[in-house]
Design a protein. Structure first.
Length: 448
């Protein structure tokens, strides 16, 4: 007779994550009080502040932060709230000569000092300094603009360790937006983010590439609050996923009757088309041209080195400088990172895919989800990107891989509310990044 395993027994046997972390209003309240104010958060990119007055509004939970570049060239951040009666001042992004409250007409300079206080003589003992916009701690690294809401976090570079060391030669600061989309999802911010923090799901959710994706085996590495995973067998690229017989097919016929090099090319062409980022056109060209360098019966290492060499050559031809980044340094960055708490970042030689999840107020069942890939462009070739927002992701014309993931997360959130569900049995090998996120979260929120 099969024995029913208790929740307590499961907690001792696997990387168990209690369900309350995802659906509990009390846990979400704890995050709002003890997580979001206390950490460094990516709010924007430096490229968005190309001139004085360019501004970005960053919302998370119940806080709203206004970021801008002042007339001296300094990037500043302020709480996005009028000190008079509490109205928010800005929405979205734009260009302003000053900041203006639409309720009673008070105005501020780009450095946050008060410019106009309507009928200021009606008040006694209040000076312009008393009604300046309240500043928020701000710093930069890798072209990202970070904010620390309570102003008490450790220095940014210490908080980010080992990012500044391991990613130094990658030079994220040289990359620019390829596109930027935000939508609302009907799930907890962690449910959304975790769909992009492990590769274990890919063989099922993104099964269109199973005939050529290789072993689909992953290993994880943790660095305190941050973590990453990497491909445990990258040389299996072009081979069939060994779990393919257990998973319904999706377009597998596209890989029928062709050799390994052609399968690799079709794999790359498929994922590039299904993402519209990360796997760049230069990567697709490199796989298409593999037969120039190796034959179908070449060993795994020869095929991989031929691809890497071609990719570097094509970047150089296109005026994209990757000379600072060795294949060894790139390989050490693996496949996917969690920058604690709420970013997933995936690197290739000339593309970077970034996901950011943010709670929507106090509701543990809702979040905002940002996708903003970066790319290396030749000088003067970066596109002009406008942030797009979609109340419903179905209206956002998202590429197929994102649609496949979005279709999962709503159902995950609903399923977690079943009385039968007590928590996540995360894969201790392939999903350690997810577990590490919760380990750090629970330490901050619950003191565990």
């Amino acid at each position: 007779m099969n024995e029913v395993v208790s929740v307590q027994a499961l907690e001792s046997k696997t990387d168990f994550i209690p369900y309350e972390s995802y659906i509990s209003p009390a846990f979400a309240k704890g995050e709002k009080e003890r997580l979001w104010p206390a950490v460094w958060l990516v709010a924007a990119r430096e490229e968005e502040f190309s001139e004085p007055g360019k501004f970005v509004t960053f919302d998370i939970a119940d806080e709203s932060i206004l970021l801008t570049r002042d007339t001296t060239g300094q990037i500043r951040a302020f709480f996005n709230v009028c000190p008079h009666r509490g109205r928010r001042i800005t929405k979205g992004c734009g260009l302003a000569a000053k900041f203006y409250c639409n309720y009673h007409g008070w105005q501020w300079n780009l450095d946050g000092t008060n410019k106009v206080m309507i009928d200021s003589g009606d008040w006694t003992g209040i000076s312009p300094a008393d009604v300046a916009l309240r500043p928020v701690r701000v710093d930069t690294w890798g072209g990202f603009v970070f904010v620390n809401i309570d102003g008490q976090a450790e220095p940014l570079l210490d908080y980010l360790h080992p990012w500044p060391e391991m990613w130094e030669n990658y030079r994220i600061q040289d990359m620019r937006y390829r596109w930027f989309k935000t939508t609302k999802l009907n799930c907890n911010w962690k449910v959304a983010l975790e769909a992009f923090l492990e590769g274990y799901h890919a063989q099922t959710t993104h099964r269109q590439v199973n005939p050529a994706c290789g072993s689909n085996r992953w290993e994880c590495q943790t660095f305190g609050r941050h973590s990453m995973f990497y491909d445990a067998n990258p040389a299996s690229w072009g081979g069939a996923n060994p779990n393919q017989p257990f998973i319904p097919g999706l377009g597998a016929e596209a890989f029928d009757g062709v050799g390994r090099l052609e399968r690799i090319y079709r794999y790359m062409k498929t994922v590039s088309g299904d993402l519209h980022c990360l796997f760049t056109d230069r990567m697709v060209e490199a796989t298409r041209r593999l037969p120039e360098r190796v034959s179908d019966d070449a060993d795994d290492m020869a095929v991989m080195m031929a691809f890497i060499t071609l990719h570097y050559e094509i970047c150089a031809r296109d005026g994209v400088d990757v000379s600072q980044l060795s294949p060894q340094d790139l390989g050490a960055l693996g496949v996917d990172w969690n920058m604690f708490p709420n970013l997933a970042i995936l690197p290739t030689l000339d593309g970077l895919l970034i996901y950011r999840a943010r709670p929507d107020g106090d509701d543990p069942d809702k979040c905002f989800f940002d996708i903003f890939p970066l790319e290396r462009f030749a000088p003067g070739m970066a596109p002009k990107v406008t942030r797009e927002f979609y109340e419903d992701w179905h209206d956002g014309n998202y590429p197929r891989i994102f649609v496949q993931d979005f279709e999962n997360v709503d159902e995950v959130q609903r399923g977690m509310k079943s009385i039968a569900y007590r928590g996540a049995l995360s894969n201790p090998r392939a999903e350690k990044v997810v577990w590490n996120l919760h380990r750090e979260l629970r330490e901050m929120v619950l003191g565990e």
